[in-house]
Every structure is written in C-alpha cells, then in structure tokens.
Design a protein around this ligand. Structure first.
Ligand SMILES: C[S@@+](CC[C@H](N)C(=O)[O-])C[C@H]1O[C@@H](n2cnc3c(N)ncnc32)[C@H](O)[C@@H]1O
Length: 190
C-alpha cells in the first residue's frame, strides 16, 4: 500500500510539473515577438514538403519552439548538412535539447538560443517559419539580403508580403484542417 501511494504522488507531481512548465513557457513566450504555439502535424508535413529539403541542404527553423519541426524534417528528409533550430526562450531550447538527447540519429541536429532579429542567415538555404505576420515582415528584408540565391523560405499561416515577388518566386497554397483553412507561403529567392 505504501509503494502505491509513493507511485501515485510521483505520478501527480510529474503531471503538475509538466503542466506548470508548459503554462510558464506559454506565459513567457507572450512577451516575445511571436508566442509559442506548436504547429499541427499536417501543416508541418506540408510546409516541409514545399521546402523539399535535399542532400547537403542547410535547414533552419526560425523560432523553433520545442524543436518539433526540426525533428520532423531530420526524420523525413535525411541527408541534409544540418537541421538547425533557433529560439529566443531558453526553456524551449532546453526542452528541444533534451528531446534530442533521446534520439539515435542526432549528429546534424542543432539548437541554439538566438534572437532571430540579430541572426546571420547566410549559411542556410531552406528556411521554415511559423511566426506572427509583423515578425515575418520584419525578418523578410534580412532573409532577402542574406540568404544565398535559390534559397527557399516557407511561412506557415502568415503571409510573406507581395513585395517579395520582385526578388523571388512567391506562391501560396491552402491546406484544409477540418473546417479551417490555413495558408502556406513559399518564396524562392532569384
Ligand atoms: C508560433 S511558435 C513556433 C514554434 C515552432 N516553430 C512550431 O512550429 O511548433 C513561435 C516561436 O518563435 C519564438 N520567438 C519569438 N520571438 C523570437 C525571436 N526574436 N528570436 C527567436 N525566436 C523567437 C517563440 O518563443 C516561439 O517559440
């Protein structure tokens, strides 16, 4: 009976810590440029399909949260040079690194605590974003300037502004999620 109570206490403590940490992360992230809202699997899958990560590509998820997009990309599109996630909230970087610790194939997966606004994008050619529209608009001039020619940027749910048609090929597609329809924007630099 004693063991049963100990197991029960450990179980509920674990659940409480898990939900407290999640709430804390959500709360902290509301003070950043784009709050932590994990992306649905269908949208991750379609976004990555549009990026079409191939051998020797250099993948980056801007504002990677708990790393789910980075892990998904590494699993479905092996062979890239590296799969990197940058994130401003250190607890999320820690969660992503912890998840990475339990993976078998992890050498080319990297997470770093960085501010996307001060980051150098010149070493990447496949970029994924799920960020608020103002943040996308703020980042695009930097991406336009620093990414190498023929790089691809995918923005899920929030628009890459029309002006980027001048410097690249901009397309949009709709993905149905039950009753909701979400858009995915793809921009390929000239
Ligand atoms: C909507 S979430 C996307 C999470 C993840 N990419 C996904 O799809 O599940 C946006 C993330 O951007 C991060 N973020 C906000 N401002 C940032 C900044 N200046 N630099 C880096 N990351 C930032 C937030 O902390 C949050 O985790």
């Amino acid at each position: 009976m004693y063991v049963f109570y100990v197991v029960l206490i450990i179980f509920f403590t674990f659940i409480a810590v898990f939900f407290l940490t999640r709430s804390l992360i959500t709360l902290i992230s509301f003070f950043s440029k784009s709050p932590f809202v994990p992306l649905e699997k269908v949208l991750i899958a379609r976004g990555l399909e549009l990026l079409n990560v191939k051998k020797d590509d250099r993948f980056l998820d801007i504002g990677c949260g708990d790393g789910r997009v980075v892990f998904s990309c590494a699993e479905k599109y092996p062979g890239a040079k590296f799969y990197k996630g940058i994130e401003i909230i250190w607890i999320l970087v820690l969660v992503a690194k912890l998840k990475k610790f339990f993976l078998r194939e992890k050498d080319c997966i990297i997470f770093e605590r960085e501010n996307a606004l001060n980051y150098d994008y010149s070493s990447y050619n496949k970029v994924f974003m799920y960020l608020l529209p103002e943040f996308v608009s703020e980042l695009m001039p930097k991406l336009e300037k620093e990414l190498p020619s023929k790089s691809v940027v995918v923005s899920v749910a929030f628009a890459i502004p029309e002006i980027y048609k001048k410097s690249g090929d901009l397309s949009v597609e709709e993905v149905r999620l039950g009753r909701k329809v979400k858009k995915i924007y793809r921009w390929e630099k000239n």
